[in-house]
Design a protein around this ligand. Sequence first.
Ligand code: URA
Length: 483
Amino acid sequence: MPHIALPPTGTAAAWREAARACLSARLPPEAVTWSRGAEAGVLFDEGEAPPPVKAGPIRVPAAFVEMAAQVCWHRDPQRFARLYAFLWRLRLKPALMEDAADPALVALRGMEKAVRRDIHKTHAFVRFREVGERDAPRRRFAAWFEPQHLTLEPSAPFFARRFGDMDWLIATPDLTARFEGGVLRLEEGAPRPELTADDAEELWRTYFRNIFNPARANPARMLAEMPRRYWANLPEAQTIPDLLREAEGRVRAMAEAAPKEAPFYARALAARREEAAAPAPAPAGGLAGLVREIEGCRRCPLWEGATRAVAGEGPVDAALALVGEQPGDGEDLGGRPFVGPAGQLLDGVLREAGIARERTYLTNAVKHFKYTLKGRRRIHQSPSGGEIAACRPWLLAELAELRPKLVVALGATAAAALTGRGEGILKRRGRIEEGPDGLPVLLTVHPSFLLRLPDPVLRETETERFREDLVAARTWLEAQQAA
Ligand code: URA
């Protein structure tokens, strides 16, 4: 009986080739056995070569090819045999791929899901430590990780894209990914290396402590997001037991402190009451008329120091509106929103998330640039609650003209202007809250927050989370359109 020993790297592509050969030789599933490298104690060269391909190309549904490409990274020793047995049936009955009740397909789909989840966790939970000289031409990092499945190979290209300007190594018990001088190599697995803690670890712990909200502590959900099996290699996970233990006391202390100190959102609400007293703009001429009125705005003193007001831009029928804080230096000079460094970052992430900027309406909660002068440089300053409130009628008027299906609030100022609540954006990000006129508002961070993060690894991780929030916005809209 032929035994096919697949290589430990390039396994998925090798399985596909071997399965095609077996299928064209009409080898039934019970006539062939499979293993990956030394997994079953079989070395590659001891395996029999797959039979030569006899027939022409074999047609299988693309959904099977995609599923198989994931399932091959599962640890189940029977995965290759299960895939081949399913493929054997699929060749006569292509509709099998749609049969959600077929037990073999259910099992394979479960394995596919587990692998996808493990790849996602690998992207999120690998923590690099700096190992080279800090002033070397290329900084060097290393990480130890224990994925649940054999997912380092399909995960590694993500790190090569994200950390292309560094040299790095990710060691796992099964495989090591080494990225040097822009070239990615996969080598044998290694025992856990000695990696000493560096500043990045303390940064991760501080960051995690800061985003942990004791009032929302939900150990079951936390475990689902960050399963215990990953904790050993996550510096911030060491803080979890203490944070959970202290949560109750912190919530009590927060409640006691609350009446004495008016939180930011209470001030924002008070400012909104003031705003109600001011006459709201009543523009004629649709969005274009509104833009002209915004350009002449004198509702607060910010216009005095700014070059011009920067209104929103984008198509009137945009289904998605993005709201930022206020124009920056470049926007104030250029007269368009999001054209400076934050805008360039936003453009890139929008592209990666599959959102076309030209189909999106982009605007800001505040329409004039607020800054202080440092020499000749204009340094950004956050707008006050009163300034946000003074500008809010413009934002509401823009949204009333557009009637988008979804609004994305970029950062705390936009979130306060749209929802009236200014508390911690990091704790609310990814949620959809109710905005003006019941508009759904998805909350996320501002791209400038990402630009300010000093640690490159943290910045990459947060950029990835930002991208995921924008993907969630696109998926939400697509689901609405399909309904
Ligand atoms: N930041 C913003 O919030 N808006 C812009 O238009 C540019 C930077």
